[in-house]
Design a protein. Structure first.
Length: 81
């Protein structure tokens, strides 16, 4: 796949663990299995639209039923506030 950072055909899809700061600014959650890109030159990163999707979902979801570690899939299934 083409890497969006270096435009070389050196990337592939992978998943990544991410730490995310919650809207309260104080707590951090760990999100597992987040879809990511892995480039031979640039390393592992999240694409901008995926980043926004996670951010939006965190801001609009009720995460009170979750611990501070959950998967991307669980986040996407979280109830809306
Ligand atoms: Zn790259």
């Amino acid at each position: 796949m083409i890497c969006v950072w270096c435009n070389e055909d050196k990337a592939r899809e992978t998943t990544k663990e991410c730490y995310w700061i919650l809207p309260d600014g104080a707590s951090t959650v760990k999100i597992l299995q987040v879809p990511a890109m892995e480039c031979l030159d640039c390393g592992i990163y999240l694409e901008d639209d995926l980043n926004e999707k996670v951010e939006d979902k965190i801001y609009t979801s009720d995460l009170s039923g979750y611990s501070d570690v959950f998967t991307y899939e669980e986040l996407m299934n979280a109830p809306t506030i």
